[in-house]
Design a protein around this ligand. Structure first.
Ligand SMILES: Cc1cc2nc3c(=O)[nH]c(=O)nc-3n(C[C@H](O)[C@H](O)[C@H](O)COP(=O)(O)OP(=O)(O)OC[C@H]3O[C@@H](n4cnc5c(N)ncnc54)[C@H](O)[C@@H]3O)c2cc1C
Length: 424
């Protein structure tokens, strides 16, 4: 059987794969997008039921298409976001083949290009763009043994409060997922404990503008690299319930018990680090820093935005903050579930190419890998803070497509006239 050949193979049809296709089409690059599930599958089945986008619809989108039927200031629900990408793919006539998994990709020695094995046969591609996402494999730190008498699940598998066995819930991790899920469970009448690590927590709205706008005008989405020491700092924001600032003191006032980092487990007892006050304080500092930068911007530009002194008033410190709990006996507290909102790892196990460092991390410059012909898209901080976000990946895709077009230009060079036309 003849082997299918394609110039550029894009693996994954999430937002990254769709953006990639748009820009490759713009450059006239023949390509194919393979997706093992459906377009934007992560938004359909990889998120809890009530999830809405973290940014308003005017912002969390590609530049060339608005969200129709959604108030631009509102936060689109996860299904609407998935539909948006499906619509987008149709609109740009993206050559997406769904239900096809790429199982391996290896360089074809002496010929150039890659042999790609899929669940639907072999393809030869000159180039591969891995657009398989930064949030692929849920990570649960090995703290509580699997056999312990408590249900354990990752936020990736959480759908809604009714799914959990009756009883109190310990949510570990207070990034956007953990904080939002803790809030939802608390509203559903569950007793909730929330283990809070280092985090940033921007104001949802300040002086009448959403934080996504502030990060934009302040140039912070374009920050090229994570500040040193912030590697384990998560961001805690929410578009739920119309969007409100993630404020851990307020959550505690509403009934959630805050705890420090989850450290160890022994005989039914979980122990927590003594870092809760520090973590809350550094989250506060991050919050106030953005207010300061915003105020300075207003002063500098003279833009007419109303002052908002109340934004600097903190809720009172709850007892769980002034006198933190350091150990919890799960049975005594009636904790039936530990919900780990502890992040994800990437999975490039299908790529047998020389594009990774010793820890298996992609080695690349703005998505162009160390192995010629291999490209990445959608990596955290690929080019900037915004790289994993909907609008950010579109701009990164443009850069990757430009680089592919430049390579193709060199590869297509033929010296005019003369016998040495094709000599290298
Ligand atoms: C809970 C949560 C909420 C988020 N909310 C927002 C938000 O509100 N706004 C925002 O801008 N960003 C948000 N993000 C970040 C980011 O936008 C999403 O994670 C987004 O899904 C990433 O898109 P992607 O295309 O890079 O990866 P994915 O959406 O994960 O797409 C990758 C695709 O590759 C496919 N795939 C993987 N391996 C293979 C293979 N071997 N062969 C074929 N196909 C394969 C997968 O099926 C998948 O469809 C959120 C992330 C999470 C985890």
């Amino acid at each position: 059987m003849a082997i299918e050949k394609i110039d550029t193979l894009v693996v994954g049809a999430g937002q990254a794969g769709i953006a990639m296709s748009e820009h490759l089409t713009g450059h006239g690059v023949p390509h194919l997008v393979l997706e093992k599930n459906r377009i934007a599958e992560a938004w359909r089945t990889g998120r809890w039921d009530s999830l809405v986008a973290n940014g308003p619809a005017w912002h969390d989108r590609f530049p060339n298409l608005e969200f129709t039927g959604t108030d631009p200031e509102a936060f689109a629900g996860k299904e609407r976001v998935a539909e948006y990408f499906a619509e987008y793919a149709e609109r740009i006539k993206a050559p997406v083949r769904t239900g096809v998994e790429v199982t391996s990709a290896a360089r074809i020695e002496g010929q150039g290009g890659f042999r790609v094995e899929t669940s639907d046969g072999v393809i030869e591609a000159q180039r591969i763009v891995a657009a398989t996402g930064a949030f692929q494999q849920p990570v649960i730190p090995p703290v509580v043994p699997e056999g312990a008498d408590v249900t354990q699940l990752h936020s990736f598998h959480y759908r809604n409060p009714d799914q959990l066995p009756e009883g109190a819930v310990l949510v570990v991790g207070a990034g956007s997922s953990g904080a939002q899920i803790a809030d939802e469970l608390n509203r559903a009448g569950r007793k909730v404990y929330l283990s809070v690590g280092p985090h940033d927590r921007p104001p949802r709205i300040y002086r009448g503008r959403d934080f996504v706008w502030w990060l934009g005008v302040l140039g912070l989405w374009d920050q090229a690299a994570m500040e040193p020491g912030k590697e384990h700092v998560t961001i805690s924001v929410s578009g739920a319930y119309g969007g409100r600032t993630m404020d851990f003191r307020r959550l505690a006032g509403e009934g959630v018990t805050l705890l420090g980092l989850t450290e160890s487990y022994e005989a039914g007892v979980l122990n927590f680090a003594g870092d809760l006050q520090d973590n809350i304080a550094s989250g506060d500092a991050d919050y106030l820093k953005l207010l300061d930068l915003a105020d300075a911007y207003v002063a500098r530009t003279g833009i007419d935005l109303p002052e908002e002194p109340d934004a600097r008033r903190a809720f009172p410190d709850p007892e769980c903050l002034t006198d933190p709990v350091r150990a919890l006996d799960l049975a005594k507290e009636g904790i039936s579930t530990i919900l780990w909102a502890t992040g994800f790892r990437q999975d490039f196990s299908w790529m047998q190419v020389d594009a990774f460092d010793a820890q298996g991390r992609p080695q690349h410059q703005r998505g162009v890998s160390a192995e010629p012909g291999i490209y990445f898209l959608g990596l955290p901080w690929q080019t900037r803070r915004g790289s994993t976000f909907i609008w950010g990946v579109w701009h990164d895709a443009k850069h990757v497509a430009d680089q592919i077009a430049i390579q193709r230009h060199y590869e297509g060079y033929r010296r005019p006239g003369g016998p040495r036309a094709d000599a290298v």
